[in-house]
Design a binder for this molecule. Structure first.
Ligand SMILES: [Fe+2]
Length: 350
């Protein structure tokens, strides 16, 4: 029987990689972001509309000095996460991640997909001379060298068969294509405009790449990437289903005949591109208390756009069951007076 040895999670926002000065540069993008969902009503609004109803106190937090303090805490949290991951040193890492116009598009968008090829290529993001320093640093955070990252295909097959037995009708994929591209949306909720991506080579998606590059400590334990559609309506996963998926994956791993140690891991979230501190703290409380009631009833209206990546954490929490998460860091990363930014967190289940 496989031994489950821990769970590990972090956000993967550019705010987890940039300096305080570059937070300010990155914040300029928010003025034209068409994915600003206002908490708590979940209305899709413009930057100006968001600013008009924002807490005036937020303006005092949008300065480089505050950003730099948050960056220090975040980097300490990431360093602790790396140390804890290295100390546990799992043989295999089962990862829950989302896909944001990377490998999946509306020609065929799985709600749950298990990748069980022998490896997944890590392809560093292209750096071009016209990119700002903030963009370059964000791109480098997902990996800087090209290589084939190992995937435990034997475990992948076992998990797929076990999930099917447990009434989870999962999609699977077994090899990578030369190029990925297509369109997504519109499809209701916040996704009101179509977005197109020209076909291009693409490797390990960002939700996995950030963990490998930032806190796997140079180690390359085989992973099992389980991709859930958190972001895109209409078949985006609910908190209830994400939690149940985690539980079912745990059950399948516990039944796997092996001496290997297995950890769970995820990245993403918390709330963005508008910080919803109340929602972040509710989700963290649910994980710190191993409270399934809180995690399975997180309000859908406040889980839109990339905030839905919290579902990667919910799936991990489902897999960790009654084990409580320890929050290593949480910084509500407000970067403009309108309250745009990202809830930045790291956590460990041991
Ligand atoms: Fe993301």
């Amino acid at each position: 029987m496989a031994k489950i040895v821990g769970g590990f999670a972090s956000s993967h926002s550019p705010l987890m990689s940039l300096t305080g000065e570059l937070w300010a540069v990155h914040a300029q993008n928010d003025l034209r972001n068409s994915e600003l969902v206002r908490p708590p009503d979940g209305e899709l609004v413009s930057y100006e509309e968001l600013l008009a109803t924002a807490d005036p106190g937020l303006a005092e937090l949008a300065n480089v000095e505050t950003f730099t303090g948050r960056v220090e805490n975040i980097q300490q949290g990431l360093n602790k996460l790396q140390d804890r991951f290295e100390a546990v040193n799992p043989d295999i890492v089962v990862m829950f991640g989302d896909d944001q116009s990377e490998l999946f598009f509306d020609d065929n968008m799985p709600s749950i997909n298990v990748y069980w090829g022998d490896s997944m290529k890590v392809l560093p993001r292209k750096i071009t001379p016209d990119m700002s320093e903030a963009r370059k640093m964000s791109a480098l955070a997902y990996g800087t060298k090209e290589f084939d990252y190992p995937v435990d295909s034997e475990l992948g097959l076992h998990v797929i068969e076990s999930l099917m037995d447990q009434d989870f009708d999962v999609a699977h994929s077994r090899y990578m294509k030369e190029e990925y591209g297509g369109s997504i949306g519109p499809a209701g909720w916040y996704l009101q405009k179509p977005r197109s991506t020209q076909p291009r080579p693409f490797g390990l998606p960002h939700a996995y790449g950030f963990a490998v590059a930032r806190w796997f400590g140079g180690k390359t334990p085989p992973i099992l990437p389980i991709t859930i559609n958190t972001c895109y309506p209409p078949n985006w996963i609910s908190p209830r289903r994400a939690y149940a998926l985690g539980q079912a994956v745990r059950k399948s791993i516990e039944a796997w005949d092996t001496n290997k140690t297995v950890a769970f891991a995820c990245t993403g979230g918390l709330s963005h591109f508008v910080v919803d501190e109340e929602l972040d703290r509710l989700a963290l409380k649910g994980m710190e208390e191993a409270n399934a009631e809180i995690l399975t009833t997180l309000p859908r209206v406040r889980l839109q756009s990339a905030t839905t990546e919290i579902m990667n954490w919910v799936a991990t929490a489902g897999a960790m069951g009654s084990t409580k998460m320890e929050t290593l860091v949480y910084e509500p990363g407000y970067r403009t007076p309108a309250g745009t930014g990202c809830g930045c967190a790291c956590g460990v289940w041991e």
